[in-house]
Design a protein. Structure first.
Lengths: 394, 372
């Protein structure tokens, strides 16, 4: 007997992460090979045609599990009834922009998204924030959607987690599926802390600690960490665009493990609402090691933390606190006007963002980093595709 | 008749021996079966993607790595080939594939060297080719591509594994596949195919939309001919699964006119429609269709279902042999077979012949470019 379809929302769906993500969802990578899905794709009005193009391609692919596609620029329609929300849309950082500029644009975006989700998503909707600054965007979402259980709001650090697994497997020349239990602590930024102290590798004589096999603490404490931290930038340098394929794939892993459960003996990294575990201040969205069961994540407790790790974990918590304070400032400077429909609309300061402010023109609807695309026919060997819509994950 | 010599009942002995042998044989079979169940991992299959640094390559690589092309238990090694100017993007693709920690992906070779790329590959997806730019004549596109495909043919012939299965995606797909076939004579011609599965899937989707049914309820459309505007999406043998069993589409779509006109035009022109909306040609759906094409070829088509593949014509349905033409096929044990005996009405005959004529012209054009 076929299962009821699950509704999955992807915001910023006209961008390149959306384009990589939607076929993965439609093929059952995110929710399982027997779980039908209905895709809700949301983006801003300047991207409406491109969004429709993605809808056409999804239909053209004749995916057996895909039971419907809603492609819309209306946040209410986008959020209605969704069980899973993957927030890829956001204002990307452009050259010359200060961090606080990116922050203020994203505050307004995530505030209005929060309202839409809170009112229209299905109860117990699971939310994954991908757009940067991921942790803080998730925090904003949480603050403005108080009726969404805080455990249902997470951010993506699985990409860093997978990158760390990849680096270890390369170093040891073993299949990546034999490596597990690295941890990404903290912020999805350059202060993230990739920790291998509890990671193991499957060998013919059982599971062995990574440190024991790598036999090079200097590398593990130095180059390994900085490679993982800066991998996003390395990809941008090589592709001239931020990671899309690997970000999309990790988003699928994050949701799948959350919904279906983590394998026995394995933990993964997720950005979740801190409850004070490991002396990380509560009230932040911080990446922790978690196991998942019955649709719920639980922080792995009791892992010994050495001094080096402690310092790094505190450093990234510091940065998150600063981001939180910056966000607070941006929020205070925004005024509200209540419309007859009772929808609050930000009218000042944070205006100019992608989502609202009918009086202002969006700063750059074509979003993301630009590259050239000289595609005119199937078979081109060297096209680079930015895609319209906002997406700024790195 | 008893077989007794010197008091020893040989019949009884032989009977007992036979029983014993059968028991041993059965036990052996059970042991082998249980060993297989222990999930001893299969050897990785090598899959080549040419033009890998482009948009279709970017879409197809994670699909393959997740098992959408070869099945959820089949590990693979990806060979990514593209031209020198794209080498940084190619390297970035390799990095992203590593960053995704795909359990089935056992290795990635990213190279601009065609020999290294083709070495020992079991499957070759040829996406790389010269795209048609504004202002180019068909002849110009053709002349660039025949050169590329002739070179690719030698490389594959010399370095790919013996039973390598080839899928040509780059346009003009049918003729590129033909060139490949002609210049790689030691590759069995049944192993050289081109992609019309995208058109096939588009056709299914249009029919499903017309009937407001899930696309998985519609099957057995046929795309005949060239992957171009002369392709013929044929709905005559389509069935739709309903509560009352599989019904022929004619019972459910009363508007015959739509089936003979708008439906055909929609499918033929869908590529252009997507290009207009996205300002890029289809990548996601092309990649997905390529996975479907290989998966069905490799793992077999479901019972009672056929799919469309561009294959070397053997003269079936009056199509001249020696062209790469899209036919309805079923697949079993790694081989495809043209579905025979389907009735072809006059309307269909004309369209099928039109497309065959165009392919014959393309073939002549291709040869004239090669000999120029």
């Amino acid at each position: 007997m076929a299962k009821e379809p699950v509704r999955v929302l992807v915001t910023g769906a006209a961008g390149q992460i959306g384009y990589a993500l939607v076929p993965m969802i439609a093929r059952g990578i995110m929710l399982g090979a027997d779980q039908p899905v209905i895709l809700h794709m949301l983006d801003i009005p300047p991207a409406a045609e491109a969004l429709n193009g993605v809808k056409m391609e999804l239909i053209d692919a004749a995916f057996p599990l895909l039971k419907g596609v809603v492609a819309t620029t209306d946040a209410v329609e986008g959020c209605t009834g969704v069980n899973v929300a993957v927030m890829v849309g956001g204002f990307p950082r452009k050259e010359g922009m200060e961090r606080k500029d990116v922050m203020s644009k994203n505050v307004s975006i995530y505030k209005s998204q929060a309202a839409a989700l809170e009112k229209h998503a299905a109860p117990n909707c699971k939310v994954l924030v991908v757009a940067n600054p991921a942790n803080t965007n998730a925090l904003i979402l949480k603050e403005f959607a108080p009726s969404i259980p805080e455990k249902n709001i997470t951010c993506l650090t699985r990409l860093d987690h997978n990158r760390a697994l990849g680096q270890v497997s390369e170093r040891l020349s073993v299949p990546v599926s034999d490596v597990k239990n690295v941890i990404i602590w903290g912020n999805h930024s350059s202060t993230q802390y990739p920790d291998v102290n509890h990671a193991t590798v499957k060998t013919s004589s059982g599971e062995k600690p990574v440190r024991e096999l790598v036999k090079n603490d200097e590398w593990l404490n130095g180059e390994f960490i900085s490679t993982v931290q800066q991998r996003g930038a390395a990809i941008i340098k090589a592709r001239k665009l931020s990671s899309a394929l690997s970000a999309a794939s990790s988003a699928c892993d994050h949701i799948r493990d959350w919904v279906v459960g983590t394998p026995e003996g394995t933990f993964v990294s997720m950005g979740v609402y801190s409850d004070g575990s490991y002396n990380v201040p509560s009230g932040l969205i911080y990446s922790f090691p978690v196991t998942c069961r019955n649709g719920e994540w639980t922080i792995v407790q009791g892992l010994p933390i050495d001094e080096v790790s402690r310092k790094k974990m505190d450093l990234t918590a510091e940065e998150l606190k600063e981001e939180k304070d910056l966000k607070q400032q941006k929020m205070i400077h925004t005024e509200y006007k209540i419309l007859p429909s009772d929808e609050p609309v930000a009218v000042e300061a944070a205006a100019g963002g992608c989502w609202e402010d009918p009086e202002g023109a969006p700063a750059d609807p074509a979003g993301a980093e630009s590259g050239d695309g000289a595609e005119t026919a199937v078979g081109d060997g060297a096209g680079l595709d930015p895609g319209p819509g906002c997406c700024g994950y790195g | 008749m008893d077989f007794v010599i010197e008091g020893i009942d040989y019949t009884s002995v032989i009977q007992k021996a036979l029983v014993l042998l059968s028991c041993v044989a059965l036990s052996w079979k059970m042991i082998i079966y249980m060993c297989n169940l222990l999930n001893i991992e299969q050897d990785p299959i090598r899959v080549l993607i040419t033009g890998a640094a482009g948009n279709i390559g970017y879409a197809i690589a994670p699909m393959i790595a997740r098992g959408m092309m070869l099945g959820p238990d089949q590990p693979m090694i990806l060979h990514l080939l593209d031209i020198e100017p794209t080498s940084r993007s190619l390297e970035a693709l390799k990095m992203e594939l590593q960053d995704s920690a795909f359990p089935l992906l056992k290795g990635v070779i990213a190279t601009t060297n065609v020999v290294e790329a083709c070495k020992d590959v079991n499957i070759a997806i040829m996406i790389g080719g010269y795209p048609r730019m504004a202002g180019m004549e068909r002849k110009d596109v053709m002349s660039k591509n025949v050169v590329i495909y002739k070179a690719q043919a030698s490389a594959l012939e010399n370095y790919a594994s013996e039973d390598c299965k080839v899928l040509v995606v780059a346009n003009p797909a049918n003729t590129n596949a033909l060139i490949l076939k002609e210049f790689a004579p030691s590759i069995p011609e049944e192993n050289i195919t081109c992609l019309t599965r995208l058109d096939h899937n588009r056709a299914l989707a249009q029919l499903a939309d017309k009937l407001s049914v899930p696309v998985s309820s519609v099957k057995n459309v046929i795309v005949w001919g060239n992957h171009s505007s002369t392709q013929y999406p044929d709905s005559n043998h389509v069935t739709v699964s309903t509560q009352a069993g599989d019904r022929p589409i004619k019972e459910l779509v009363t508007d015959q006119n739509w089936l003979k006109n708008e439906f055909i035009a929609e499918v033929q022109q869908r590529g252009a429609a997507v290009l207009r909306a996205r300002r890029q040609s289809s990548a996601l759906s092309a990649a997905s269709a390529a996975c479907d094409h290989i998966r069905d070829w490799f793992l077999g088509t479901p019972k009672g279902t056929w799919v469309s593949m561009g294959v070397c014509s053997d003269g079936s349905y009056g199509i001249p042999p020696g062209l790469v033409y899209s036919f309805p096929v079923i697949c079993e044990k790694g081989s495809w077979k043209i579905v025979q005996g389907l009735s072809i009405d006059e309307f269909s005959r004309e369209k099928m012949d039109d497309s065959a004529r165009e392919l014959a012209e393309e073939k002549d054009l291709a040869y004239s470019c090669l000999n120029a």
